[in-house]
Design a protein around this ligand. Sequence first.
Ligand code: PEP
Ligand code: MG
Length: 359
Amino acid sequence: GLEGPLAKLLDWADEVKKLGVRTNADTPRDATVAREFGAQGIGLCRTEHMFFDEERIPAVRQMIVAKTLEQRQAALDKLLPMQKEDFKGLFKAMEGYPVTIRLLDPPLHEFLPKEEEDIKSLAEEMNISYDELKSTVEELHEFNPMMGHRGCRLAITYPEIAVMQTKAIIGAAIELLKEEGQTVIPEIMIPLVGHINELKYLKKIIVDTADAMIKEAGVELNYKVGTMIEIPRAALTADEIAKEAEFFSFGTNDLTQMTFGFSRDDYGKFVGDYVEKGILEVDPFQKLDRIGVGQLVKMGTERGRSTRPDLKVGICGEHGGEPSSVEFCHLVGLDYVSCSPYRVPVARLAAAQAFLKNK
Ligand code: PEP
Ligand code: MG
């Protein structure tokens, strides 16, 4: 952990700041580092990262290319125990602080088998022909995956995935509670929502699954269901969305991408020219664009709280650890920022400076 004058400075910062500082973490290791740096919870666990593990990727691929529910369920059954251990590790590392877990948000193409070899072995494992699998993989090809079948859209097509993840999250929480008496308040977060009905549909599945487990276990466990706000339509209709969401987290990476219409993956090819020629002052993926993207953050927060005054609102895009963006989050009245573990100390300091500068 931090020691000496820096630790003291950051403790002072914590006494002053109004914004909470959480971390983005997908592994117990990252979570532990972030705790040492003073993070008070996980603001974003990107569960798709957990699925790239070599041991899991065959099951993940099977889950995606499955043609029948039976095939998909077989893959999910393999993943469930591993996923439960993932969450147990995170809950333990966070020592009772809130942990926001986001349902699977993959660019689907990153999971598809590409090499002939991989297709061959997957076909064997699934007991289907090479040609059949090859054509399924081709059918799943998307021209613009970042605007395609990702986020909540995937769980709407395949609700079994949301059920598996809910079972893993709630199962991990129940086990920890029973085995070690450790309380956790899992926050289940739905990605890429643009319409309230997406949230409604998935929330019902999550709540039905979770409540049945909690009842059966005979424990008291509080959990929350909330949403990312990362599509402009979600910010514009935040008053509607807040009817179903118990918390919001702004995904300013996607929100910047979709508000500017700049591809997150390709903008590097021209943004340097934009800055050099004075068209943009800064790279908007690095520093939150206050008057454009920031307006959506402000509007989304206000509209959300007009429906639900106690709505908890955070940010988990890369901007959550950048000082001027942190100041903006303070000004808008967010409850917390969430950033990568190594940016946590800077975010704590920036949050205190934001308060002192604007009081
Ligand atoms: C975001 O879009 O800002 C976000 C936090 O999610 P991801 O970067 O995983 O898309
Ligand atoms: Mg996103």
